[in-house]
Design a protein around this ligand. Structure first.
Ligand code: AMP
Ligand code: GLY
Length: 421
């Protein structure tokens, strides 16, 4: 099988690495890829939103399956465009990608399918939004309605913080059009976990779970990021809670999408809060998480490529995935300045030594090769992962691997996995 992965992050490196292990694979490309994907796939210099060029490449190279890593091409309709050219793509249509593209869409779907989620209200008028938070008080959560690359959510501890977010998103337009409309919702309390499901339009199978660390600083403080580290499995998500989330959240969402004539195929990522009343949906995403994908791929024992094909072909009903019992942990190495403006083009040494630590695996994200040297080129630069007999052992190996890196301009959190220990 000839496969094209779309993206250039640590998630896509992990996807390429897992797909490359499939006996069913004959050729693998990654667009645009990074120096990590170059070790297991052929990089193609096409951007993730150059959908016309991606389709042309897939047709010219007789690609059997396209695997988009992130949401931007999905929301922009890559699956529809590939389908129109007769090419299979493991991801939702643009219509189904609204589950991530619009907070309002998802909230309305939750109401229609009786999926537990935080009580919410939508505002297009800033004055009404200010008035609402003054009446409701804090804590309260302000969310830009559109896509905002992880920067569109403020969990406000005070009314002043909530009002500042409304002013920034709705009046000053700091997020562009994404923030002109906002959803304001009840603040949920509990342990947060990410549950992944592989969906074929009708059936969903659990695709593992992980816990992410969104804040930039140790102890979960500071601004939100795309994710500073993850581990899997999350001890807080028992089998019973996972089954409850599949039954009350994932399957009803799938059924409602099918009923509307926009069936969901691909990877559904349910961000859950494990509250006293059971799992409650925080949000859906329509793809793997990054860095959650990296730790899940380290634990997957089944053939990822065959599972993705089964999802696209509507044949998941009899599919089961096998997982390693060993936990995995991933520590993100970011460039100084992240999540603001990261320093760029600083040399990174020691990746080979880090990868040689037993159980460790280094996935590339924002790296590039410049004059023959590996340098940083983005905010999140590497995900240093490891498996181990237990979460403590996995964590010790991951940080031992981090210690082998020689990159003074990089930093990481030193407490990834603390909730599980
Ligand atoms: P989202 O982009 O919707 O995933 O939100 C980003 C983060 O904000 C989530 O991972 C949660 O940590 C937090 N969050 C979002 N909605 C809520 C809520 N209703 N209550 C508490 N925390 C929330
Ligand atoms: N790590 C969170 C995400 O990928 O959305």
């Amino acid at each position: 099988m000839r496969v094209l992965v779309v993206g250039s992050g640590g998630r896509e490196h992990a996807l390429c690495w897992a797909i490359a292990a499939s006996p069913a694979l004959t050729r693998l490309w990654c667009a645009p890829g990074n120096p990590g994907t170059a070790t297991c796939a052929e990089n193609v210099a096409i951007g993730v939103l150059d959908i016309h060029d991606l389709v042309a490449f897939a047709v010219a190279n007789r690609v059997d399956l396209v695997v988009p890593g992130g949401e931007p091409p999905l929301v922009a309709g890559i699956t529809d465009a590939m389908a129109a050219a007769g090419i299979k793509c493991c991801g939702p249509s643009a219509a189904a990608a609204q589950l991530e593209g619009s907070k309002t869409f998802t909230k309305e779907l939750c109401d229609a399918a009786a999926i537990p989620t935080a009580a919410w209200e939508r505002f297009e008028d800033a004055a009404a939004a200010h008035d609402f938070v003054r009446r409701r008080g804090a804590p309260i959560v302000i969310k830009a309605d559109g896509l905002a690359a992880g920067k569109g959510v403020v969990v406000a501890e005070t009314v002043a913080e909530a009002e500042a977010a409304i002013t920034a998103f709705m009046e000053e337009g700091t997020l562009g059009d994404s923030g002109r409309a906002c959803v304001i919702e009840e603040c949920l309390v509990g342990e947060e976990v990410s549950l992944f499901a592989l969906c074929d339009g009708t059936h969903a199978i659990a695709l593992g779970a992980a816990q992410d660390h969104k804040r930039v600083g140790d102890g979960d403080v500071g601004p939100n990021t795309g994710g500073m580290g993850a581990y899997s499995p999350p001890p807080a998500l028992t089998k019973a809670l996972e089954d409850a989330a599949m039954a009350r959240i994932v399957r009803p969402a799938l059924a409602e999408m099918a009923r509307r004539g926009t069936p969901f195929r691909g990877i559904l990522f349910a961000g859950l809060m494990l509250t006293a009343e059971g799992p409650v949906l925080i949000e859906f995403n329509v793809r793997f998480g990054d860095p959650e994908c990296q730790v899940l791929m380290l634990r997957l024992r089944s053939d990822l490529l065959l599972a993705l094909v089964a999802a696209v072909e509507g044949e998941l009903s009899h599919f089961a995935l096998r997982w390693s019992r060993e936990p995995a942990i991933g520590v993100v190495m970011a460039a100084r300045g992240y999540p603001g403006t990261p320093v760029k083009h600083t040399p990174i040494r020691g990746v080979e030594a880090a990868s040689a630590v037993p159980g460790a695996m280094v996935f590339h994200a924002g790296t590039e090769v410049l004059d023959g040297r590996l340098v940083s080129s983005g905010g999140r630069v590497l995900t240093v992962c490891a498996t181990g007999a237990d979460i403590g052992a996995a964590r010790a190996s991951a940080y031992a691997a981090v210690g082998k890196l020689d990159w003074p301009e990089g930093f990481c959190r030193s407490d990834i996995g603390w909730r599980a220990l």
